[in-house]
Design a protein around this ligand. Structure first.
Ligand SMILES: Nc1ncnc2c1ncn2[C@@H]1O[C@H](COP(=O)(O)OP(=O)(O)OP(=O)(O)O)[C@@H](O)[C@H]1O
Ligand SMILES: [Mg+2]
Length: 273
């Protein structure tokens, strides 16, 4: 039986005493320990923490990619930890977009077909999907020549931008992104960050895991994960795009970015980052 978990209007994801323990060679590792966390609807939430802190593990649990050892995850008030694997797969397709730390594209299809394959799981309108895909490709700086290629013919950064388009094709309620700009240069990285900023402004929620300060300062809320639980959060307020647009190209010099970056660095330094 699915259990309804009450969530307030502004909460899209709520965890309750979330635990994840891995057993390797008889040794237990408690990666997430009784984690209580809420993600607000429409927020651009950033999760930071040292390598191995459990950020990817947390993202998998929040999105129903992996089941927690103990505890619950309520998504829109619905306990997703109680769903069967089949129902979980349907739920994820409709509600979640993923950009993984590793890029998984199907080798035997062009980039466009990879994106359409994801879209066709949810919609039958191939023409509308292709139109939306073209717009998204444009926004991340991929041309027709790029999206006609097969994954093996793409650079790492092109494949990563392709994965961003695939994650967004179904307009997911929540986009989960794990280091989405890891393989990108400054211009491509900014294009991806602009797109994430825009979708969160349009009401989709973004949960971003990153080590990169420039990426993290796009979020309005930063959470710090350490020793299996949250060690503080920073309210950065909404990112003001006008300031950025005015100085496109040298955004790191931009006042908005400098101010946000300083606050973020202070927050991280206090936590021994
Ligand atoms: N399937 C697994 N089996 C055993 N241990 C695992 C498994 N997945 C993750 N771990 C361990 O759990 C810990 C947290 O891993 P996780 O991938 O969540 O870290 P992370 O914070 O995302 O790190 P990074 O910043 O390096 O990506 C690590 O010590 C890792 O070795
Ligand atoms: Mg990780």
């Amino acid at each position: 039986m699915e259990q309804a978990v009450t969530a307030s209007e502004q909460t899209i994801i709520q965890t309750n005493k979330l635990c994840k323990t891995f057993s390797t060679g008889g040794v237990q590792q408690h990666v997430l320990k009784n984690l209580d966390l809420s993600i607000n609807r429409g927020d651009f939430t950033v999760i930071m923490g040292a390598s191995g802190a459990g950020k990817s593990t947390l993202l998998y649990a929040l999105s129903g990619m992996d089941k927690p050892t103990l505890g619950k995850v309520a998504f829109d008030g619905r306990d997703i930890t109680a769903l069967s694997n089949d129902r979980l797969a349907v739920f994820r397709r409709k509600n979640c977009g993923f950009i993984f730390q590793q890029i998984y594209l199907m080798d035997n299809m062009s980039l466009m077909d990879n994106v359409l394959a994801s879209g066709l799981l949810v919609s039958r309108d191939r023409k509308a999907l292709a139109q939306r895909a073209r717009e998204l490709f444009g926004q991340v700086g991929l041309s027709e020549q790029d999206w006609r290629k097969f994954p093996a013919q793409l650079s790492g950064g092109e494949a990563q931008r392709g994965a961003v388009v695939r994650a967004l094709i179904n307009k997911p309620a929540v986009l989960f992104a794990d280091e989405p700009t890891g393989a990108l240069n400054s211009t491509s990285g900014t294009a991806v960050l602009d797109l994430l900023t825009q979708i969160s402004r349009d009401g989709q929620s973004v949960v971003l895991v990153t080590h990169d300060i420039r990426s993290a300062c796009r979020g309005n809320r930063v959470l710090y994960l350490q020793d299996g639980s949250l060690q503080g959060e920073l309210d950065l307020g909404w990112y003001e795009e006008e300031g950025i647009r005015a100085k496109a190209g040298d955004d790191i010099e931009n006042d908005t970015v400098v101010r946000r970056t300083e606050r973020l660095r202070g927050f991280l330094a206090d936590r021994g980052w």
